[in-house]
Design a protein around this ligand. Sequence first.
Ligand code: 3PY
Ligand code: MG
Length: 221
Amino acid sequence: MSCRRGLWVSFLGPFGLEVVAASSVAERIEWLGVDLQHGDIEPGDVAPLVRATRVPVLVRLASHDGAHLARILDTGAAGVVVPGVESADQASHLVAAASLPPRGRRSTGLCRAALAPSADQPLLLAMVETAAGLDAADEIAAVEGIDGLFVGPYDLSLSLGEPSVTTDRMVAAISRVGDAARRHGRSFGVFSGNGELTTRLPDVDLLGVATDAAALQAGIA
Ligand code: 3PY
Ligand code: MG
């Protein structure tokens, strides 16, 4: 997969996404990360956002709760990004929640996902953003049904006690996660939001370039 650039959405509504789609760089935004962990978006906002855009929507969940995960997949989102995954056991629990039988125990029903073409194979991306997650990156990537590892460098820098996301140790840690993903044939993503970090990253499949809030602030400035 070549590098696909995404915008992280923490407060925009459907009209905001239409404004993004009408911007001069719209064709360079290839996916949206809708954030339920931080920011101002509630689970009930997700389906209208999915409807309002033509690009795939990856939803960052608020927790590992299986019912929460399944409800979000019911919206027809292209996938979920699960924060703070730290073990193969947690990854297996997420796979079970995200997959229909026989692989998992996700229930089927007449929901929006049943009408959407991508509904059968939503992506399950595990975030690596703690020291424990970093140590477990290889075993998480090895779990069948995990489609990719996605680094959260800001939490990871806090967990590792690093003063910024651009230190050599951070770049090495992020590369380690990328190596684990590649070893198991998984996708590799990073939220960056930092130009210097972006230039120092290894090859990534999914690059979170900026948040909507940062883009608005930069536009105002
Ligand atoms: C982090 O850097 O911790 C993130 O979760 C980015 O979204
Ligand atoms: Mg984080």
